[in-house]
Write a protein that binds this ligand. Structure first.
Ligand SMILES: NC(=O)C1=CN([C@@H]2O[C@H](COP(=O)(O)OP(=O)(O)OC[C@H]3O[C@@H](n4cnc5c(N)ncnc54)[C@H](O)[C@@H]3O)[C@@H](O)[C@H]2O)C=CC1
Ligand SMILES: O=C(O)[C@H]1O[C@H](OP(=O)(O)OP(=O)(O)OC[C@H]2O[C@@H](n3ccc(=O)[nH]c3=O)[C@H](O)[C@@H]2O)[C@H](O)[C@@H](O)[C@@H]1O
Length: 441
């Protein structure tokens, strides 16, 4: 099958590459010439384990191409995937201007019948609107079918998810269009769930909102655990063993970030609001998430009378491990607060530094490794649970810091192991270890 993918963010690039890996001929189109030049050489503009190798392999196999030229990309395409961004607008609703532009580009350039597949996360009803935009702007007399095919990949595990997803959702009003998309995806060997377009659009938002709800729920439980002397990890373990609940997405911490949960929860609240429904539960989920970062900062502020002039080592900046994505990362709010309080912030992240420098306060300094960040620090904050930090000997904090006080926003260490060291260790929803008090410091 000849496929064009428009937009090469996470979703477009991973989708295009994986579709080429299963034998289709794919042309990825992006308006960003610099990005396209890079991708043509098999270099991914995003950090995603395994992606470069897969790109290079399929570029060499002449199944994967990159261009800025819509004409070239759409030429003879049987199917066009829309994978441009749908970022959050000021009021929380989804900005559909990129999608609209692509719809107009499709209308202008397609010369043969085509199936248009929406991968981007779009509000319910958007696919009908896209179809209208295309129909109203069509230059040639061709038939265009629309299919909603929302994406469920996770950053950092995107390739794995593409080949091992739980289901592929295909929403269509036309069975033959749905069958084409089912056929394209057959080599992945993943069950296909066929439904109508509006239900498919809703499944995406509902799935993300539900996962976000699980996180906020466990975070609230975690806050209570701290007050009643329970351990949230044990609680999550005990809850998760009930197969009706499931063990995933019950890691308490400093809340969810990234390019999707924050924007998609707010967009669903808007979608509900548009039909005069108050999605009260989801509003609470969003509020709780914002509170989680404040909770870590409150603990820190209570521990130190003042942060003025204190060296704070920040370990981890990306919104989660195995990505360099800084969108809505907890580190943004937390480092801003630290700088405002006069702290001397030295941060280290294995891969997100380049993106972080574009977003974080210019007073944040960057170390090239964990030990440099920790050197003579008064306190360490762990904001992303990279394996590199999880595997760290607790002794490294003791040996390098001025005072080994650790605030772990991601529960990287087992308090029972930490107990063996002269450190002060605060995590989320678990009892603190305060061995420094034995030393009277
Ligand atoms: N990031 C993720 O892990 C996931 C994202 N999604 C959804 O997928 C969509 C895309 O998200 P990301 O991949 O993060 O996007 P992104 O915002 O990182 O990248 C979008 C790309 O589209 C390009 N673009 C914009 N207008 C264009 C046009 N007219 N023609 C060609 N290219 C154009 C931009 O230059 C950019 O490279 C969003 O709706 C998002 O909610 C869904 C699942 C996972
Ligand atoms: O729509 C999307 O874009 C994607 O959003 C999420 O994927 P992603 O944002 O890449 O990352 P997740 O692994 O879901 O983590 C999101 C955030 O939740 C946090 N999280 C996750 C799990 C958990 O138990 N606790 C927790 O705080 C992570 O630290 C991270 O900040 C979904 O998991 C994907 O299925 C979906 O396709």
């Amino acid at each position: 099958m000849k496929i064009a993918v428009v937009g090469t963010g996470y979703v477009g690039l991973v989708t295009g590459t994986c579709l080429s890996e299963i034998g289709h001929t794919v042309t990825c189109i992006d308006i960003d010439q610099k990005k396209v030049n890079k991708m043509r050489e098999g270099i991914s503009p995003i950090y995603e384990p395994g992606l470069d190798e897969l790109m290079k392999k399929n570029i060499q196999g002449r199944r994967l191409f990159f261009t800025t030229n819509h004409n070239e990309g759409f030429e003879e395409a049987d199917v066009i995937y829309i994978a441009v961004g749908t970022p959050e607008k000021e009021d929380g609703s989804a900005n559909l201007s990129f999608v609209e532009q692509v719809a107009k580009d499709i209308a202008t350039h397609v010369k043969t019948d085509v199936v248009v597949v929406t991968k981007s996360t779009v509000p319910v009803g958007t696919n009908d609107w896209i179809k209208e935009v295309i129909q109203n702007n069509l230059v040639h007399n061709v038939k265009v079918d629309l299919v909603s095919n929302p994406e469920f990949l996770r950053e950092g595990a995107a390739i794995y998810d593409s080949f091992n997803g739980d289901r592929i959702v295909v929403g269509a009003s036309n069975e033959s269009a749905a069958s084409i998309i089912e056929e394209i995806n057959k080599p992945f060997g993943i069950p296909v769930f066929k439904t109508n377009v509006r239900s498919a659009e809703m499944i995406k938002y509902a799935a993300n909102a539900f996962l976000a709800t699980k996180i906020s729920f466990i975070n609230e439980v975690s806050n209570i655990c701290e007050k009643v002397g329970a351990n949230v990890e044990e609680v999550a373990n005990g809850m998760g063993q009930d197969s009706r609940i499931g063990s995933q997405f019950l890691n308490a911490g400093i809340g969810y970030g990234g390019s999707c949960f924050p924007k998609d929860t707010k967009a669903l609240i808007q979608i509900a609001g548009n039909v005069e429904y108050d999605f009260d539960l989801l509003k609470g989920v969003v509020r709780v998430n914002q509170k989680q970062q404040e909770i870590l900062l409150d603990k820190l502020n209570k521990r130190f009378n003042s942060l003025e002039g204190k060296k704070v080592a920040v370990l981890g900046l990306a919104f989660k491990p195995n990505t360099d994505d800084m969108r809505e990362a907890a580190s943004i709010v937390i480092t801003k607060h630290l700088v405002e309080k006069g702290a001397h912030v030295v941060a280290y992240d294995p891969v997100a530094k380049e993106n972080a420098t574009k977003i974080l306060d210019s007073n944040v300094k960057y170390a090239t490794n964990t030990v440099d960040a920790l050197k003579d620090a008064d306190v360490a904050l762990i904001l992303t649970e990279w394996n590199e930090f999880k595997d760290l000997e607790i002794g490294t904090f003791v040996e390098n810091m001025k005072l080994p006080v650790i605030f772990d926003g991601r529960n990287c260490y087992d308090p029972k192991i930490v107990e063996n060291y002269f450190v002060e260790y605060h995590s989320m929803g678990r009892p603190s270890v305060k061995n420094l008090q034995l030393l009277n410091v």
